[in-house]
Ligand binder design. Structure first.
Ligand code: KG4
Ligand code: ZN
Length: 339
């Protein structure tokens, strides 16, 4: 079933054409370069970028798919939340206009669930149910028990900052620019003084499946302020050591809690999703733990970790086949949660 996916929840304008789990095109146009100087996403700039580029992204997605005209599309799947309201409304407005004019159905999709099931876009075999799913992104850090596509229960989530947000805030403290994830990963890899700096791990209660990442950001801030008492600028080598220590701290918590959740629910599979799941050190730590615990870990392809429309289109089609429908009253749900 040819499905048009539309994703505009934050700073990526995404349009895709999918057919089941086959991705025929996946256009992502990011406004991240416009937000860099502000150190984070400016909602109005993101919305205006979507308005300016979404038709271009639609045309490219149709052309690259090799399926030509809009009339061949049988379903529209669009992110309806959570996200920035002005940004969401751009994608939803386009989706509704297309649905109305082409007389084809429309399905609103949760951005968090689209990340959660993005590993299903892999060409090789799909992860079997049940599994524990983890979404680690700039906006969310959450664990789910998944029984089937669209049938999941929230097991725990962050009580403050998301893990990607912690990367972004720590990068800001270290004056490394935005977004923080890629640059911190790179700096951490270059560290020659591994374990010269150590930050605490926020495990919360021993049994808890919730997360807290605001403390680590404050720990980095105090550490940096302390250095500034004696040094005007911090040498790059030391910044690398700080990045390494920060990254180890947050990734250890993700690994420990994901495997704790799998053991508690007695499942043998963990499925990752979200922008932070692109991180190579995260993948190594999960793979090491996987061998040790005898629990398999599935990752999305790197191209489907960050915000993209293919994950929205593919999940939308699955949900449609299960009977989910939206209508032209579909609206943005900026705080859309999952239970
Ligand atoms: O999933 P995503 O594209 O957007 C949200 O739904 O939030 O994730 C963006 C987040 C940002 O916080 C960014 O710093 C983080 O993913 N990120 C990374 C890496 N690349 C992007 N975090 C760790 N390591 C990376 N290599
Ligand atoms: Zn996202």
């Amino acid at each position: 079933m040819l499905t048009l996916g539309i994703e505009t929840s934050c700073d990526e304008t995404g349009v895709s054409v999918t057919d089941g789990k086959r991705v025929l095109s996946n256009i992502v146009s990011s406004s991240v370069h416009l937000h860099k100087k502000y150190g984070g996403v400016v909602p109005e700039i993101a919305s205006r970028y979507h308005v300016e580029y979404i038709i271009e992204a639609l045309d490219s997605a149709l052309e690259k798919s090799g399926k030509g005209a809009l009339k061949n599309i049988k379903l529209i799947a669009v992110t309806s939340g959570p996200g920035l309201v002005g940004s969401l409304l751009t994608g939803i407005s386009l989706a509704k206009a297309l649905s109305y004019s082409l007389e084809i159905p429309i399905v609103g999709v949760s951005h968090i669930l689209a990340h959660l099931y993005s590993a299903f876009l892999n060409d090789d075999e799909r992860p079997e149910f049940p599994f524990v799913g983890m979404v680690a992104s700039g906006g969310h850090t959450a664990l789910f028990y998944c029984e089937d596509i669209g049938v999941q229960a929230l097991l725990g989530q962050t009580q403050d900052d998301a893990v990607g947000e912690a990367y972004d805030k720590v990068a800001k403290i270290l004056k490394l620019g935005y977004p923080g994830g890629p640059v911190i990963e790179r700096m951490a890899r270059a560290s020659k003084g591994k374990n010269r700096v150590v930050f605490p791990r926020a495990y919360l209660d021993k049994d808890s499946l919730d997360f807290s990442f605001s403390g680590i950001k404050t720990a980095v801030l105090y550490y940096v302020q302390n250095i500034h008492n004696t040094l005007y600028s911090i040498p790059n080598t030391q910044i690398s050591d700080i990045c390494y220590a920060f990254q180890e701290s947050v990734l250890d918590v993700l690994v420990q809690k994901a495997f704790l959740a799998a053991k508690k629910r007695d499942v043998k599979r963990i499925v990752m999703g979200g922008g932070v799941a692109i991180n190579s050190r995260l993948r190594k730590k999960f793979s090491d733990a996987s061998r040790f615990e005898g629990i398999s870990v599935h990752f999305p392809k790197k191209e489907f970790c960050m915000d993209n429309a293919a994950m929205v289109g593919a999940l939308g089609e699955e949900l449609y086949k299960k009977g989910y429908r939206s209508d032209l009253f579909l609206s943005a749900e900026p705080n859309l949660g999952v239970n």
